[in-house]
Design a protein around this ligand. Structure first.
Ligand code: HEC
Ligand code: HEC
Length: 298
């Protein structure tokens, strides 16, 4: 071929097309070859040191014995060790003591956030902002009280406020007056209920549960504790049952709340997490701190 090479002396392979297109034999640049050899060495070195070649189900282990799983487990063990320190401390403390210790409080809130998401947010909303039929936990309006003791009780033994259905106790006109009175109360923070409404409220047994002033509180004890049966506060403009307003109030007065014998009654059941064993005492304690700090703890 070389003898037919029209470009003798040129560093070509002798392959020529269309008279002058030819294939040259220039070596790759030196830096490129060095890079190629270096990368080959690197692959060999890496595959000796680290898990690499798939053999059966497992890769070759590598001289260093490193594995992703091992690194993950070591990381988890470190986290656990850190956690254990806090968990041990919390075990011996009351919710109030945890609240008074900024470091422990911060740890408890972070850890309870997950518990709240898993166990509570389906009903109370992810930030405790409530859902139709489920009370807001992120405010200072409490059915049962916002001290740590009351919150703990709510979570551990559950709650189920009951209101008598009044459809056979009151006349249509009385029900109408009371439903209107409830709306007036909600709109004026308990100042503007009609006299007619107040009279019925006080004489038809409502005060036994909703309190003399309609705010749901039967007695106030020292230390922020309140005595209630879980009856809604009718003076704060917060509707316990949605959508609120006249029809909603009327429905509650007619049908009551949590009445097994009346399928039309409102349902308001807070599960007893301590009794069902769904949560441990330690978890409940963390949740008490969390709920207390959502906005309205007393
Ligand atoms: C199945 C729905 C449901 C779940 C889940 C639930 N709750 Fe409740 N919770 C309720 C209802 C309904 C009430 C109101 C009960 C009543 O009206 O008597 C309530 C009431 C409460 C109260 C009392 C509020 C007050 O104003 O006094 C607290 C505190 C509370 N829940 C915390 C929690 C925590 C913490 C969790 C998670 C461990 C949780 N709840 C899970 C439905 C639920
Ligand atoms: C046996 C106790 C009890 C009696 C008596 C009672 N209530 Fe209630 N009431 C409750 C409870 C408990 C709730 C619901 C609170 C909860 O579950 O969150 C409630 C809720 C309500 C609501 C709904 C408020 C809202 O925000 O949606 C209205 C309105 C109401 N009551 C009015 C009355 C009136 C008017 C009377 C008297 C005719 C009365 N109640 C008598 C216990 C009672």
């Amino acid at each position: 071929m070389a003898e037919h090479n029209p470009f003798p002396g040129e560093n070509n392979t002798g392959h020529v097309w269309d008279d002058n297109l030819r294939e040259l034999k220039n070596p790759p640049p030196r830096w490129w070859m060095l890079g190629l050899w270096a990368s080959i060495l690197w692959v060999v070195g890496y595959s000796l040191l680290y898990p690499s070649w798939p053999v059966g189900q497992e890769p070759t282990p590598g001289i260093l014995g490193w594995s992703q799983m091992k690194e993950y487990q070591e990381g988890m063990a470190q986290v656990e060790a850190k956690r254990a320190k806090f968990e041990d401390q919390i075990k011996g403390m009351s919710a109030n003591e945890i609240l008074a210790d900024p470091g422990l409080k911060q740890y408890t809130l972070a850890s309870a956030k997950v518990l709240f998401g898993d166990n509570c947010s389906a009903c109370h909303g992810s930030g405790g902002q409530g859902n139709p039929g489920y009370p807001v936990l992120a405010d200072d309006d409490w059915l049962y009280g916002g001290t740590t003791a009351k919150i703990a009780e709510s979570i551990a033994i559950g709650r189920q406020g009951a209101m008598t259905p009044h459809k056979d106790i009151l006349t249509e006109a009385e029900i109408d007056t009371l439903a209107k009175w409830t709306v007036q109360m909600a709109e004026t923070n308990g100042e503007g209920g009609s006299e007619e409404g107040w009279n019925l409220f006080k004489t038809k047994g409502c005060t036994a549960c909703h309190g003399q002033s309609g705010n749901g509180v039967l007695a106030e004890l020292p230390g922020g504790n309140i005595v209630t049966v879980g009856a809604a506060n009718l003076t704060d403009g917060i509707w316990r049952f949605k959508p609120g307003g006249y029809e909603s109030a009327r429905y509650t007065i007619v049908n009551g709340v949590n009445q097994p014998s009346n399928p039309d009654a409102r349902n308001a059941v807070m599960p007893a997490f301590g009794q069902t064993g769904q949560l441990t005492d330690q978890e409940i304690k963390k949740l008490v701190v969390y709920v207390h700090e959502l906005g309205g703890g007393q």
